[in-house]
Design a protein around this ligand. Structure first.
Ligand SMILES: Cc1cc2nc3c(=O)[nH]c(=O)nc-3n(C[C@H](O)[C@H](O)[C@H](O)COP(=O)(O)OP(=O)(O)OC[C@H]3O[C@@H](n4cnc5c(N)ncnc54)[C@H](O)[C@@H]3O)c2cc1C
Length: 285
């Protein structure tokens, strides 16, 4: 089912809730590995090609279905900074808020004033940004099951020409380092970066550990590791979700063997995948 704006989302979800129909909500699907057999619940896609953005001074109200990069473009065009570093990150505003997406040390949670959410009972209400427990690629929304209907961001005025220039250079950097997901199917970084173990420590790129462990040499069926980035898997010609899953397992194993380090997955799985019963759900085997 497709919902493009807040009203259609609210109506659709209320109907599903009333009829007790199990559903899962997705945005752009840019961070999801969907099982080859599909999913045995209704999938609601909250996604819109047309941005729904209202700007009042430095305050921006945006629907969760809006493509994140469209929001960035709208903000930069008006000389507003705060989300510029999100330039080129695939997916929707809703998906970005749930996973606190970001790049270059900044994330969307930093500028989020509040969100309008709907819970599993169909109630709609606002939650203030600081109450969403944002952390590195985390928010409380990942556990609460609340759906992001829309969001209010507080941005700040900045030099428009400078922002446009910054955006262009970030997009160029992405083109150079990341695959073009339209031609080379991928779901971004498979594993989370390593969080610091001391206050002085810095997060370390999972890609570095993967590269050192020889992950770039690994391949399963049609799935292979992107040659320019060891934390990204490309589902190539004839590749399946199962190939991607198995390859990610080998990658985690390679890092464990070399560094005695357990990588934690960043991407989400939808549908049935093998699980090792003795490990927490978000750990690889
Ligand atoms: C090439 C590439 C580069 C990437 N680079 C980055 C990067 O630099 N930084 C970064 O942070 N991420 C990056 N990603 C990952 C991805 O783009 C982000 O995680 C993105 O925010 C996911 O948004 P989405 O709409 O596609 O979410 P989806 O993949 O559709 O969903 C992700 C999760 O969010 C939930 N969800 C989605 N929308 C909503 C909503 N409205 N309300 C409640 N829950 C919702 C889904 O149920 C699911 O659990 C990259 C991905 C790719 C393919």
């Amino acid at each position: 089912m497709e919902c493009r704006d807040p009203d259609s989302l609210k109506n659709t979800l209320r109907t599903l809730i009333r009829d007790r129909t199990p559903y899962v909500l997705i945005g752009g699907g840019s961070n999801l590995l969907i099982a080859d057999e599909g999913v045995d619940v209704v999938v609601v896609r909250y996604f819109a090609d047309e941005p729904l953005v209202e700007v009042d001074g430095a305050e921006v109200e945006v629907s969760g279905a809006t493509i994140l990069d469209h929001l960035v473009r709208a903000a930069v065009d008006r000389g507003l900074d705060g989300v510029t570093t999100c330039s080129g990150i695939p997916g929707t505003v809703g998906g970005a808020i749930v996973g606190n997406a970001g790049a270059f040390g900044k994330q969307i949670g930093d500028v989020l004033e509040s969100v309008e959410v709907m819970n599993a009972a169909g109630d709609v209400y606002r939650v203030a940004g600081p109450d969403l427990a944002f952390a590195y690629r985390r928010s409380r929304l990942q556990q609460s099951g609340e759906v992001v209907v829309s969001a209010r961001l507080r941005l700040h005025p900045a030099d428009r020409a400078g922002l446009l220039e910054e955006r262009e250079s970030l997009l160029a950097l992405r083109r150079e380092k990341h695959p073009d997901w339209r031609r080379e199917p991928c779901i971004g970084s498979i594993f989370r970066n390593i969080e610091p173990t001391s206050a002085a420590g810095r997060r370390q790129a999972a890609g570095w550990f993967l590269e050192e462990a020889g992950a770039k040499e690994l391949r399963v069926g049609g799935a292979y590791v992107y040659p320019k980035h060891a934390n990204i898997i490309i589902k190539g010609e004839g590749g399946t979700a199962r190939d991607v899953f198995e390859l990610s397992r080998l990658m985690a194993q390679a890092v464990r063997d070399r560094f005695e380090l357990d990588l934690v997955r960043e991407v989400r799985f939808l549908g049935r995948f093998p699980q090792a019963p003795d490990k927490p759900a978000d750990r690889f085997f």
